[in-house]
Design a protein around this ligand. Structure first.
Ligand code: AMP
Length: 619
């Protein structure tokens, strides 16, 4: 296995090419780089502009797309076409969001083949990946404009609590925006890097708390740093808590003083919006003064620091409860911490800084711009990957993703590209055919969604699986790359214990040119690859559903009415037909239609079975 420097990690990267750090935020996003002369991280901004790009997208009726500041006015004037907080939708199913449905002013639906949410604007459907890619594309364009060079490689940050699906969705969004995502890193890790907490002498394995209070979300993470490796010991927080809630409290306080109520709100949304903007302004200005006064027309508005603090208190208390929980989960005491880092615009409030310092018994770190700190840390990580940081140059990583072939010829990645080695991952799979006694495990390397476009490394057959109905065997496939870059792939059927394994050296026979070519192709084909994956997943789901329905019918034929049978047969036929149409939305609609038909009798038959089982028991 090669040690990565410039060449191996990133193809034949020229020294001048920038790798940017991107903070893809819920409210705002931004790009940072290491300044080539000062070697210091800086956030990119136009001369007169801000480094923050609001994470807002407006789809105009005539097909234009506006991203950033230009989209803000439409939050009010055209809320159904103005998408904010797309990050909260990443890798989510509708059920995950149901509780907060009222939060979204645009239409969020759940009809995608993989059960993931989509956003509907008129007759167009957008996945969260597509939405995030529009923001990333805008950031890429702005960065290229400012740097006057092309930008194609990036490190992107995500919250520490993001799961595999959400991280993969973020990678896909980058790919779709034309960016080679070299690494996804945790936001608290980036913030700690920006404060140089990995380079402090003294304590050998410092423990750090990162308190991140933004516009709409709150996170607290506890990290342990050892030998430049950041380990997240625990995270806690609330994905619907932030500065916006303080604005709302101020708004309600004023409305109460003015004697306005809900009815006024619906009658005059514009006035409420004006008031909301003033509330945010008051809050921000009160971070530097003790009184605030302003007017909207004849209307005089005022707020004191004292009022504001009383209104903020409940939110602050909630965050401190999360902090205590995070400490407990990490198994440490406050006094074990060496540093507390503040991230997010809302940590500018003196009250928050003081209360957090007091809670942890430590002066909090606030010297780095709280809105930029995460992007600055991402830029430092990008610089390390570019091989410019000598101290951290020798880092072993896998240059391409490793995975296996699954139904429909799809690549299922177990170890994503740029993972550190040694590294291990495991996932469970099952059979597709009744009585299937063997399973072919084909191991591939590469970034494309279909295995036929990737590089095949090895293949073996797990034989001797005892006869079971499809879907019952549990085959665990595990990948282990040791420090020498040797990959061991093992497959084990967990019910019977049969197992098999194989060893390969993924890096062997792969030149730097091959690598570069594979990476470039993955980016240039991103759009069609992602669409093809979605279609294949829908087709596989449909085929599985047809099989299970058929099996169910055979078993319970007598328990169904004539009408139920007929409806089911029709729905099955429609689904079968849709399979050949190559339209994933159509397939999904037909899947739902079949589920709709079978749900009532499936439930009835299950209830009867449970009832019969209970009868036999003495209570
Ligand atoms: P972020 O999501 O990190 O960009 O943070 C945005 C939040 O920070 C919004 O709720 C802002 O109102 C809030 N914010 C920005 N500046 C200040 C300030 N000076 N005082 C208080 N809150 C602020």
């Amino acid at each position: 296995m090669a040690k990565i420097g410039i060449n191996i990690a990133t193809g034949s990267l020229q020294k001048e090419e920038m790798i940017v750090g991107i903070d893809l935020g819920t409210t705002n996003s931004l790009v940072a780089i290491i300044h080539p002369e000062t070697r210091k991280p800086v956030a990119l901004k136009e001369h007169d502009g801000s480094s923050l790009v609001p994470s807002i997208i407006y789809f105009s009726p005539d097909g234009q797309v506006k991203v950033g500041e230009a989209a803000i006015p439409f939050l009010l004037s055209d809320p159904k076409r103005t998408i904010f907080s797309a990050k909260r939708l990443m890798g989510k199913r509708y059920d995950d969001l149901r509780q907060h449905a009222a939060f979204y002013t645009y239409k969020v639906i759940d009809n995608d083949s993989d059960g993931m949410v989509k956003v509907q604007v008129d007759d167009q459907f957008y996945s969260p990946v597509e939405l995030s890619s529009l923001i990333l594309k805008e950031l890429k364009l702005r960065a290229e404009h400012i740097l006057k060079t092309s930008v194609s490689k990036a490190v992107i940050t995500v919250p520490a609590y993001f799961n595999d699906t959400q991280r993969q969705a973020t990678r896909d969004a980058g790919k779709l925006a034309g960016l080679d995502v070299l690494r996804i890193i945790n936001e608290p890790t980036a913030a700690s890097l920006a404060y140089g907490l990995d380079q402090q002498g003294g304590q050998s394995e410092p423990l750090v708390a990162v308190y991140d209070l933004g516009g709409g979300t709150f996170d607290i993470s506890i990290l342990r740093i050892s030998d430049g490796v950041f380990e997240v010991l625990s995270t806690n927080g609330d994905t619907y808590l932030g500065g916006d809630d303080i604005d709302r409290s101020i708004l309600n306080y004023w409305a109460m003083q003015l004697g306005w109520d809900e009815a006024d709100h619906t009658a005059d949304p514009e006035r409420w919006q004006q008031l909301r903007l003033k509330a945010e302004l008051a809050k921000k200005q009160l971070s530097d003064s003790s009184n605030w006064e302003d007017k909207i027309g004849e209307l005089v508005l005022s707020l004191t620091r004292e009022n504001l603090e009383a209104l903020t208190r409940p939110l602050l208390e909630k965050t401190l409860v999360s902090c205590a929980a995070a400490l407990k989960d990490a198994g440490i005491k406050k006094s074990d911490l060496q540093s507390v880092v503040m991230v997010g615009g809302s940590t500018r409030m003196p009250m928050i800084r003081e209360a957090v310092s007091e809670f942890f018994g430590l002066e909090v770190n606030t010297s780095v711009h709280p809105d930029e700190v995460v992007a600055l840390g991402a830029a430092i990580q990008a610089d390390i990957l570019a091989g410019n940081n000598r101290k951290l140059l020798l880092l072993d990583i896998m240059p391409l993703s490793l995975g296996i072939e699954t139904a429909g010829g799809l690549m299922d990645v177990l170890i994503p590209r740029n993972s550190k080695i040694p590294s291990a991952a495991a996932r469970q799979y099952t059979t597709q055919i009744d009585g299937q006694s063997g399973m072919r495990i084909s191991v591939f390397q590469g970034e494309r969604d279909l295995v036929k476009d990737n590089r095949k490394l090895a293949e073996f057959n797990l034989a001797g699986i005892p006869g079971m109905p499809a879907g019952i065997p549990k085959v665990e496939v595990s990948f282990l790359i040791n420090a020498d870059g040797i990959l061991t792939v093992s497959a084990k059927e967990l019910r019977s214990g049969v197992q098999q394994n194989i060893q390969v050296v993924p890096r062997e026979g792969l030149t730097d040119e091959d690598l570069e070519k594979m990476l470039m192709e993955a980016i240039s084909h991103a759009k069609e690859d992602i669409a093809l994956r979605a279609l294949t997943e829908a087709q596989t789901e449909a085929e599985q559903l047809l099989k299970t329905t058929e099996r169910f019918l055979q078993k319970h034929l007598n328990a169904l009415t004539q009408e139920e049978l007929l409806e089911t047969a029709n729905a099955m036929q429609a689904l079968q037909l849709s399979l050949s149409m190559e339209d994933k939305n159509l397939i999904q609609t037909k899947i739902e239609a079949l589920n709709e038909v079978s749900k009532p009798y499936a439930e009835r038959i299950m209830d009867e079975a449970v009832g019969a089982a209970m009868k036999g028991k003495t209570v």
